[in-house]
Design a protein around this ligand. Structure first.
Ligand SMILES: [Zn+2]
Length: 255
């Protein structure tokens, strides 16, 4: 029963994230006005704004003008619903849960805003760093010392990487947004998580880069936004991080 409730809660947060992703880069309020059709600007009635369900009932079209609404809206709602359910299954009912929900929602928003606009907004990362540190006092995810060292590791490693990349390749490969995002993840999850996420996001990013060059015909210099890979790696850490780290340590004969 709880899992149904958590999934529905995730769908509703996903619906809110659609608004966040659309409006934050345009510096608009995320609470006012209510949602409108991106084409005809008609206000969307509450009964047409039910996550996923309304999209299916209206067959992906605006009730007023009939134009096609992007499949991305229900996909983001579903994604958030599935992630929330998964986190509930993995972590159970604990003080950690609301913190992990906020972190996950932030990561979904960051990934899609970065894809759309090539930015990672400070209005997400700065409060995220503060909340991550504050939460370390009362959750089992991290300790205050772990949080501080996580912030330092996150910002430090990526700053160093960005600096080296620029020196070697001669172009900016990473933005300050990525650095602040890593600091935020360090604040929530600690420095071990930072190491995991840096390595894993580089793997995912390289794989995606090769895929884009080969199959999508993108030039090698096609700048891929890095935020989505950091977000994916962070979510992978939330679900399988400890297990993957344990396997790795065993493989190198360390544990
Ligand atoms: Zn419309």
């Amino acid at each position: 029963m709880t899992i149904v409730f958590v999934s529905v809660f995730g769908l509703i947060i996903g619906s809110f994230l659609n608004v966040v992703i659309y409006r934050i880069p345009e510096h608009k309020s995320i609470v006012y006005p209510s949602s409108r059709c991106p084409y005809c600007n008609t206000e969307i009635k509450p009964y047409d704004n039910i996550p996923v369900l309304s999209y299916i009932i209206l067959r992906g079209r605006c009730r007023a003008c009939g134009r096609h609404i992007s499949l991305r809206y229900p996909v983001i709602e579903l994604l958030t619903g599935v992630l929330f359910a998964g986190i509930y299954i993995k972590y159970g009912l604990a003080l950690d849960l609301p913190v992990l929900f906020i972190l996950t929602a932030g990561l979904v928003a960051v990934a899609f805003i970065d894809i759309d606009h090539r930015i990672i907004p400070n209005v997400i990362t700065y409060p995220g760093i503060v909340l991550g540190f504050a939460s370390s006092f009362f959750t089992g995810i991290n300790s205050p010392v772990g949080s501080i060292s996580g912030i330092a590791a996150g910002a430090g490693i990526l700053l160093a990487t960005a600096y080296i990349y620029k020196a070697v390749a001669g172009v900016e490969g990473m933005g300050m947004g990525d650095v602040k995002l890593m600091a935020m993840l360090g604040a929530f999850l600690g420095w071990e998580a930072v190491l995991f996420i840096v390595v894993m996001s580089a793997f995912i990013g390289s794989a995606a880069g090769i895929f884009l060059v080969i199959f999508a015909g993108k030039g090698r210099r096609y700048a891929v936004p890095f935020g989505p890979f950091i977000s994916m790696a962070a979510i992978l850490y939330l679900f399988y991080g400890q297990g993957i780290i344990a396997i790795y340590l065993r493989t190198i004969g360390y544990a």
